[in-house]
Design a protein around this ligand. Structure first.
Ligand SMILES: Nc1ncnc2c1ncn2[C@@H]1O[C@H](COP(=O)(O)OP(=O)(O)OP(=O)(O)O)[C@@H](O)[C@H]1O
Ligand SMILES: [Mg+2]
Length: 464
């Protein structure tokens, strides 16, 4: 917004409230406030004949009073520019929103492109639950292993919210942060998308304030997809939950959860963010949804779509890959193209397969430069060995096994290791008769056994 636009907007307000435009003296007051100069200087600059005293005691206060009433907050010479910039943000967007809310059949405005949900199946209770949570203005953290459908679920929710006019969301913003933007880059990007004016070089704090103010004024749904990047390679011993360049995301999320009025945030991540667990447990409007795979019937739809044969073999496959839609899609394609659609042939010939995107991720997770400690890798190797005879094992069984290798590990230390691996979706936790049991997905187990890059061997050797 520039001075001319500011004057036009104030003139409109003045016309609407008082039936007349700004007087020349009032214009000088606004000019001085906008340019942040004294009244005397402004009078000289604009070659007027007013006394500074008149502008300061009569003309100026008239405008500040008018604008304070209009915006419902205190406006003075010092605050005028900031208030105007915040309140009269991108008028085209504001007008669009107003036009939208006047039309009962309107849909919210969408920024960003969520993936297509044409083939989405299942996760019905999660979709319903999330829609209810959004209705209650809550914020949602969706976590789960790679390919389990976090992005797809978030896209489904956006689709539902966009098509249901009674959800009263005005704006949806879909933003993938998989590329790892620094917080100020993300905030500037969001402000830009929403047409919120901000000066170049604005501080993170100022950008946050502008955005929060916007979220309070308009009911928005902000989706940040692929947030695991913010905690990737974070050492377990580090004091902050977030990796080094991203540490200011923590306070930002906390502020959004506590401060953004009717708007809501959805974050998806492969890693559980422990600060969200803290927020949830301390009664803030932060909910956590863990995705653990499609139910049998829903997963079968993926095989049906590829016209696979031998339906009786499907449950074994779905079970083996824990209903992971990414894995099931890769397998369905392989069965169709290589085995002529025969699931029985595939099962007979193929052992566990690791889809390429998962192989890349696992290579990264186990690489010497990753944050996975040698002991974490060792614990996973122990679990992989135990799983040759058991479906899942208890914490005590892992501990006993580690002790049998004459490796001292405090109970607390091992518990921390195990829960860190669970949080990072590297091992799975299930409840058997209310007791925690742990297991590895067949894909990770296969990776550990095959050790294609030799990374597992290296790490394990340095512990044993
Ligand atoms: N409920 C579903 N119905 C049908 N297909 C699905 C479903 N969920 C996910 N998929 C498909 O599985 C694949 C992986 O899904 P998605 O990208 O949502 O996983 P993700 O959990 O976000 O993975 P990542 O951790 O890599 O971000 C995609 O091709 C997606 O279309
Ligand atoms: Mg995703």
């Amino acid at each position: 917004m520039n001075l001319e636009q500011a004057l036009t907007s104030i003139n409109k307000i003045s016309q609407a409230r008082r039936g007349k435009e700004l007087t020349p003296g009032e214009r000088i007051a606004v000019l001085a406030a906008w340019e942040k100069i004294g009244y005397e200087e402004a009078i000289k600059l604009y070659r007027e004949n007013f006394s500074p005293n008149y502008i300061s005691c009569r003309a100026g206060p008239g405008v500040w009073k008018l604008l304070s009433k209009e915006f419902g907050c205190r406006v003075t010479k010092t605050h005028l520019k900031t208030v105007l910039e915040n309140m009269l943000q991108d008028t085209s967007l504001t007008e669009q929103i107003q036009a939208n809310s006047a039309n009962p059949d309107s849909v919210p405005i969408l920024f960003g492109v969520p993936p297509d949900t044409g083939n989405f199946v299942g996760y019905r209770s999660q979709v319903q639950h999330c829609i209810r949570l959004l209705r209650d203005h809550r914020n949602i953290f969706i976590d789960g292993p790679q390919g389990i459908g976090k992005t797809a679920l978030a896209a489904r929710i956006v689709e539902r919210v966009m098509s249901k006019t009674n959800e009263s969301i005005e704006i949806c913003i879909w933003k993938s942060i998989r590329y790892g933007p620094l917080l100020d880059e993300l905030l500037a990007d969001l402000a830009d998308m929403l047409g919120i004016p901000f000066g170049t070089g604005s501080s993170v704090n100022k950008l946050q304030n502008l955005l929060i103010r916007f979220f309070r004024k308009h009911r928005c749904l902000l989706v940040l997809d692929g947030a695991e990047i913010l905690q990737q390679d974070q050492q377990q011993s580090a004091w902050d939950y977030y990796s080094e360049p991203y540490t200011d995301y923590g306070p930002f999320f906390r502020r959004l959860v506590n401060d953004q009025g009717n708007s809501s945030l959805i974050v998806t991540s492969r890693t559980r963010f422990l600060d969200w667990s803290d927020l949830h447990e301390s009664g803030n409007a932060a909910e956590i949804i863990r995705l653990e795979g499609l139910a049998q019937d829903d997963a079968e739809t993926i095989f049906e779509e590829q016209s696979l044969k031998d339906r009786h073999c499907w449950p074994a496959l779905i079970n083996k890959y824990h209903g992971n839609p990414l894995m099931l899609k890769v397998i369905a394609k392989r069965v169709r193209t290589i085995y002529g659609g025969s699931t029985a042939d595939f099962l007979r010939v193929q052992s566990t397969i690791i889809a390429d995107p998962l192989l890349l991720t696992l290579n990264h997770e186990f690489s010497p430069s990753s944050s996975m400690s040698e002991f974490e890798c060792f614990a996973m190797k122990i679990l992989a060995d135990l799983m040759k005879e058991h479906d899942s094992v208890s914490y005590e069984e892992i501990l006993q096994n580690i002790e049998s290798h004459s490796l001292f590990r405090s109970t607390d230390g091992l518990l921390r290791t195990v829960s860190s691996l669970v949080n990072r979706s590297l091992i799975e936790e299930t409840k058997v008769e209310r007791k925690s049991k742990f297991r590895l997905s067949s894909v990770i187990r296969k990776y550990i056994e095959q050790d294609p890059q030799g990374f597992v061997g290296q790490k394990v050797q340095s512990v044993a």
